[in-house]
Design a protein around this ligand. Structure first.
Ligand code: ZN
Length: 240
């Protein structure tokens, strides 16, 4: 009888230990899905108006980092919004098994757009550049995605994959948030895109000059939906 009781206690204790271990593994250590996502939170506290080549070997120069736009209702600068979303997106992607590289984790940095691209090129499979738009008209609203054309002299060979990435992320983002989908646009003048050696998209998450978009993007419920949409789109791109 004693033996049976002892055995019972041992079994129970082992099960408790096993359960605790399983919970620990699940909470802290999601298995890597084999993909690494680069996130660039657009802009920074202070613009850097000195110039750099718009692409590798280019004689056309553009300012290193522009100032970005400002929320018409929230008063938030674009760099603050993009970093908040980037940090939440990193957390979400890690919970889905991705490795994540961020170009910046603070607002007070000085990293040019070319440097950002080069940092992500080193170890990432894709680059997701987060931005928000501004317009003279407060009525203009919605989200869009920018990718390089096939004739882009620096990243033309990445046009097709970058377009696919842009479409996946933008469509999932708009579905999750309900923000108007303004579609894809070709852009070959973006330094942070032209220096990329991996498929790259620039997401304009909404118009900060539009009161409704601006308030939505700064709200915690809005940000949750935005992050879910961005992550869903990245899953779509990789076929997860
Ligand atoms: Zn921007």
């Amino acid at each position: 009888m004693k033996k049976i009781r002892l055995l019972g206690t041992l079994v129970a204790a082992t099960m408790v230990i096993l359960c605790l271990c399983t919970v620990n593994v699940r909470a802290d250590d999601v298995e890597w899905n084999g993909k690494t996502v680069g996130i660039d939170a657009g802009h920074q506290l202070k613009a850097n108006l000195s110039k750099e080549p718009v692409g590798p070997g280019s004689s056309t120069y553009k300012i290193k980092v522009s100032g970005g736009t400002t929320g018409v209702s929230t008063g938030w600068p674009e760099y603050k919004l993009t970093l908040k979303v980037a940090k939440k997106l990193k957390k979400e992607l890690k919970s889905r098994g991705y490795k994540v590289v961020m170009t910046r984790t603070k607002n007070d940095v000085d990293i040019s757009n070319a440097q950002r691209a080069k940092k992500l090129n080193k170890s990432c499979d894709i680059a997701v550049r987060l931005h928000a738009d501004g317009s003279k008209s407060s009525y203009v609203n919605g989200a869009g995605a920018l990718y390089p054309s096939k004739s882009n002299p620096y990243v033309g060979s990445l046009s097709k994959e970058s377009r696919k990435l842009s479409k996946c992320v933008l469509d999932a983002y708009c579905e999750s948030t309900g923000i108007k989908n303004n579609g894809l646009s070709v852009r070959d003048d973006l330094t942070g895109t032209n220096w990329s050696t991996i498929p790259v998209t620039l997401i304009e998450m909404g118009f900060m000059s539009n009161s409704s978009d601006d308030k939505y993007m700064a709200s915690s419920s809005g940000m949750k939906e935005m992050v879910k949409g961005l992550a869903d789109g990245i899953d779509d791109y990789f076929g997860f």
